[in-house]
Write a protein that binds this ligand. Structure first.
Ligand code: BJW
Ligand code: ZN
Length: 233
């Protein structure tokens, strides 16, 4: 049924979250295995945590860069990369910063919370892609001030331009997929509402119900890596 809906969609937008990378061995943000040392990721992914303890926050990000560098895309990433080839108008919006969608071949992709592989200066405009092992407190090569991860923390605006494109595309979509996200973080958690307001069919794929499940036209419960390959030709 959902496959028929997708195949009939002229314009499909998929939103993904940490659950889509769970089967690659990437810990989810809020799952049981989400703890890092004695810290919850939500307590570290914040500007105030970085201001107070930059070495601790960099240690957390360097650990994730190393760990995620060893992870491989799974069948869920591959199925989503395939959808952009088989569906006429497809956009993938991810909250993930692990880069696995791009590694699986997705190109019509927006990383709305940035990337673990971007670093930027806390003072000047220097920003770069960087896959190297970074020192504990990396310094800007231009002005000498502290660098920070190129990700979006709580209270910060999304990656420039992303919200406008997301709103435009979601408003035009006839199918909206929400995959592997707890739907607890805004504005991503409200995207389904925009899709629904414009008449899209909404589909959720998750191991368990989320606050949005009751508002979806279809809710598929299970592993994204099992369900998504079934939805794509
Ligand atoms: C599986 C599975 C399998 C497992 N198969 N499923 C409106 C109301 C209230 C608050 C706000 C609001 N608007 C903004 C806010 C504040 C805030 C917010 O949302 N707070 C909430 C906590 C309430 N939002 C923001 O601050 C955002 N900024 C913003 O809105 O700016 C406005 C602004 C404008 C102009 C100037 C200034 C500001 C920014 C949010 C940034 C979020 N950043 C993080 C960290 C990124 C970097 C990093 O990774 O380190 O993004 S937080 C973290 O949560 C990360 C994730 O992308 C994000 C979402 O998590 P996700 O992906 O849903 O993961 P989990 O772990 O929660 O869920 C995994 C799911 O997968 C579970 O459901 C599992 O069941 C499932 N699953 N295995 C399928 N195999
Ligand atoms: Zn600088």
């Amino acid at each position: 049924m959902v496959k028929a809906v997708l195949d009939g969609g002229r314009s499909v937008v998929a939103l993904t979250g940490a659950g889509v990378s769970a089967e690659s061995g990437v810990p989810t943000f809020r799952g049981k295995d989400g703890m890092w040392k004695k810290n919850r990721p939500e307590d570290l992914a914040r500007p105030d945590a970085f201001a107070a303890h930059p070495e601790l926050v960099w240690e957390f990000y360097n650990w994730r860069r190393e760990k995620m560098g060893q992870c491989e895309p799974n069948p869920a990433h591959v199925a989503l990369a395939r959808m952009e080839k088989t569906l006429p108008n497809f956009l993938l919006i991810t909250q993930n910063v692990d880069g696995l969608h791009a590694r699986a071949g997705s190109r019509k992709l927006m990383e709305m919370h940035g990337s673990l592989w971007q670093v930027k200066c806390t003072v000047c405009t220097h920003a770069r892609e960087d896959y190297s092992a970074l020192p504990a407190l990396p310094e800007c090569p231009v002005c000498g001030h502290l660098l920070r991860p190129g990700v979006v923390w709580f209270g910060e605006p999304l990656v420039p331009g992303v919200l406008k494109v997301a709103i435009d595309q979601i408003s035009k979509a006839d199918v909206f997929l929400s995959i592997g996200t707890s739907n607890l973080v805004q504005p991503a958690a409200s995207f389904y509402q925009l899709a629904k307001d414009h008449g899209a069919v909404t589909v959720e794929v998750n191991l368990e119900p989320t606050p949005n499940t009751g508002f979806m036209d279809f809710a598929l419960h299970g592993q994204a890596g099992d369900i998504l390959p079934e939805l794509v030709t």
